[in-house]
Design a protein around this ligand. Structure first.
Ligand code: IVH
Length: 710
């Protein structure tokens, strides 16, 4: 069962208690107003527990400002009254506390609870969305629980809140607005492009986005409904809602067209016993890291309307629901140093070296810092205590310095004056600094990358060899590999006849690699292996990729406007290299891919109606994996034994499927080899079809035969 530290701050006297209340209310006010706080969640919870413990012993001393008796979020402004208060939830942190809570609830209502709804505790902001006769009317924040702010202006960019409901009902839907990890990344990309500071974390991004009124750009968030209630003129619906079990209210809301967590891996489920609840709590806890959005716990609710009614509510929270908190994903630690690393493309990126801190089960010692401007904007200093955020697959990032913890010993962060890799000048005209030599700064790295197993796969060309070639002046980019001569190689140290001939043969083979790999070898920023495959399969030839404008590139699955613009700009820069590759006879087509129809033709108009039809590399229904999402795990065997993961993914995509690295309800097939671990268990839990490598090889037989080297 998920548990977390149970300790509470120990408050010795009245003064310590008063200071703790003050600290907690400042932190809570900041958290609910802007999503930022000087205390991380663990520290806040410890403080709140300490305050509660002190108040239990000294009830006569309880201060009005104490967080224990208040609706959380009391500091936010707002003038739209809530028809029914928007309450908060009490927390438990361990199996024992949960058992105590269920026992007290059952004692109160005088019978066992036989239906529990177990749901994700979505880490965002509570809002109420009002619909009148099926039309969206108003979006209101929780505010202090009795009145909130009108943020209707933001509703258009909230995914999951439709303009019209499926039925003309008058209803208030309550739920959480958050940023999914993708929305967070996209939002930050757009914001920094407009010169803004990146959001510290997804919750902070959602809070800022909801309040922002005059932004020149659009940032999306997502709504998840977790409840609904009638409005004064809801008519009969009011009585119906009052009697429906909570789970059915959620299904009804979903039928109306409002987004709920139902389609996610952590969808609400009903549990009949405390043991079943615990099993689901554990399951949600272990799914957390792989979720595409943040959760900070599990909410457990008595499902039946009668149970809820009889349990009633306190001033702060209902007695029929509880939040089972998961360990915090934000921690405060010290910023020890800043390293400046030069990437393959010449980008000079700062990285924070931290005093190692445990966050959500792993030790974090480094965090990304976006760019120099961002360091200045946040006034970060060496020695600062900083708030670090890490959730699931998100790379740990520094949110902000905790200014009030400064001692005066902090020192400014030095920015490099010349490229830390090669000493050349730095181009500081963009937010992201770049060595003026661009890709050439890290020539060895970029040629080695191009020759790597998942790109051109040139056996015998490791980085030591690349260093030799670069030092000898034989290679100024990876296109030069294709014009190397036998004598030039023989003249190098430790290059005998056999190794020279082997290397030349490997380079010859590389000349015929599919476009997807040649494109990947270019190292276009923001396009890795899988994106390169998608681009190559969509356009089928390099000419078409190079000719594509921002709009056309966006037709490729997963490419938005910003990425499309970045790719177009990179390709302009790479044009001379591409020309050189063409001149060297390197393959520039993707076998089996059908080019998209030319713009403006009838064919395109027809294809436009079906986004799947155009340029998906001939993914007709004849392909064995058409429409399937396939995940590979464990060691491959039989005919697949020699294939790398990348080659397996290529094979899946050539056979018409989509490759993915994580198992979810949407997975159609898991290819599980020897030593398959958690992905197999998850697939079994979700009832996903599982095939051993041999079965899979049979399924894609004809395509496998085409795979080189097999
Ligand atoms: S029920 C009266 N369900 O957590 C019941 N709340 O820490 C109140 N939250 O204020 C809410 N996910 O903003 C409920 N599945 C869920 C939730 C959820 C997130 C938020 C909500 C609430 C806060 C309490």
């Amino acid at each position: 069962m998920v548990t977390m530290t149970n300790s509470a701050a120990v408050l010795a006297d009245t003064a310590a208690y008063a200071a703790a209340v003050e600290q907690a209310s400042v932190a809570a006010a900041a958290y609910y107003a802007t999503g930022e706080s000087a205390l991380d969640d663990d520290a806040y919870d410890r403080l709140a527990r300490g305050i509660a413990a002190y108040e239990a012993d000294h009830p006569e001393e309880v201060l009005a400002a104490s967080p224990t008796g208040k609706v959380a979020g009391g500091a936010a402004v707002g003038d739209v009254p809530h028809t029914v208060p928007m309450l908060s939830l009490d927390n438990v942190f361990s199996a024992e506390q949960f058992a105590t809570w269920t026992a007290s609830l059952e004692r109160r209502i005088g019978r066992p609870v036989t239906a529990w709804s177990v749901e994700p505790k979505l880490d965002g902001l509570a809002v109420a969305a009002r619909y009148r006769d099926g039309r969206f009317e108003r979006l209101i924040t929780r505010g202090d629980g009795t009145a909130g702010e009108d943020v209707s202006h933001a509703a258009g960019a909230v995914v999951g809140l439709p303009e019209r409901l499926a039925e003309p009902v008058t209803i208030e839907v309550r739920g959480e607005i958050l940023m999914t990890n993708d929305q967070f990344d996209q939002g930050n990309a757009i914001r920094t492009e407009h010169g803004g500071a990146p959001f510290a974390n997804p919750r902070n991004g959602a809070a800022g986005t909801l309040r922002a009124k005059d932004r020149a750009y659009r940032v999306e968030t997502t709504f998840f409904a977790y409840g609904a209630l009638p409005l004064p003129d809801s008519g009969e619906l009011g009585e119906t809602l009052a009697e429906l079990p909570h789970s059915e209210v959620l299904s009804y809301v979903a039928e109306l067209g409002v987004h709920t967590a139902a389609g996610t891996d952590v969808a609400p489920v009903l549990a009949a016993t405390v043991e079943e609840v615990r099993a689901r709590v554990d399951a949600i806890g272990s799914l957390r890291a792989a979720l595409p959005f943040g959760i900070d716990g599990i909410v457990i609710k008595a499902d039946l309307a009668a149970d809820q009614r009889e349990a009633g509510s306190g001033t702060r929270a209902p007695r029929w629901a509880i939040a089972y908190k998961l360990p915090a994903v934000e921690k405060i630690t010290r910023l020890l140093a800043v390293e400046w690393n030069v990437g393959r493309t010449g980008i000079i990126a700062p990285r924070a070296v931290l005093e190692p801190v445990e966050i959500d089960g792993s030790t974090v010692g480094y965090a990304t810092l976006h760019n120099p401007a961002d360091i200045t904007r946040r006034d970060l200093r060496l020695g600062d205590q900083v708030m670090v955020y890490k959730a699931g697959d998100i790379i740990p990032r520094i949110e902000a310095p905790v200014v009030h913890l400064r001692t005066g010993d902090e020192t400014p962060i030095d920015f490099p004056e010349s490229c830390p890799q090669c000493g050349s000048d730095i181009d500081t005209s963009e937010q992201r600094w770049r060595c003026t030599r661009g890709r050439n700064c890290r020539l060895v790295a970029s040629v080695s990358y191009a020759a790597g197993r998942d790109q051109l796969d040139i056996e015998g060309l490791g980085s030591t060899r690349v260093v030799q070639l670069v030092d000898a002046g034989l290679v100024a980019d990876f296109a030069d590999l294709f014009t190397l001569e036998r004598e030039q190689l023989l003249a190098l140290d430790r290059m005998g006849e056999t190794s020279t001939d082997n290397l030349l043969a490997a380079i010859e083979t590389a000349r015929t690699r599919p476009l997807s790999r040649v494109f990947c070898a270019l190292g276009v920023r923001g396009t890795g292996r899988s994106m390169s495959r998608r681009i190559a399969r969509y356009f089928a030839t390099m000419d078409r990729i190079v000719a594509a404008d921002v709009e056309t590139l966006q037709r490729v699955d997963g490419i938005g406007k910003e990425k499309a613009a970045a790719v177009v700009a990179e390709l302009v820069e790479l044009a001379p290299l591409i020309d050189k590759l063409v001149a060297a006879g390197v393959s520039m087509t993707e076998p089996g891919a059908t080019p998209p129809p030319e713009a403006g033709t009838e064919e395109e108009a027809a294809a436009g109606a079906d986004p799947e039809a155009a340029g998906t590399g001939g993914t007709g229904s004849a392909l064995p994996l058409a429409g399937m999402t396939v995940v590979v795990t464990g060691a491959m065997s039989g005919a697949l034994e020699k294939l790398s993961r990348n080659q397996m993914n290529e094979l899946i995509e050539r056979a018409g499927g989509k490759s993915s690295s994580s198992v979810s309800k949407r997975t159609s097939l898991l290819v599980a080899g020897d030593k398959a671990g958690s992905k197999r268990t998850k697939a079994e839990d979700l009832g996903v079809r599982i095939a051993v490598p041999e079965e899979f090889a049979e399924l894609v037989g004809a395509f496998l035969a085409a795979e080189e080297g097999v």
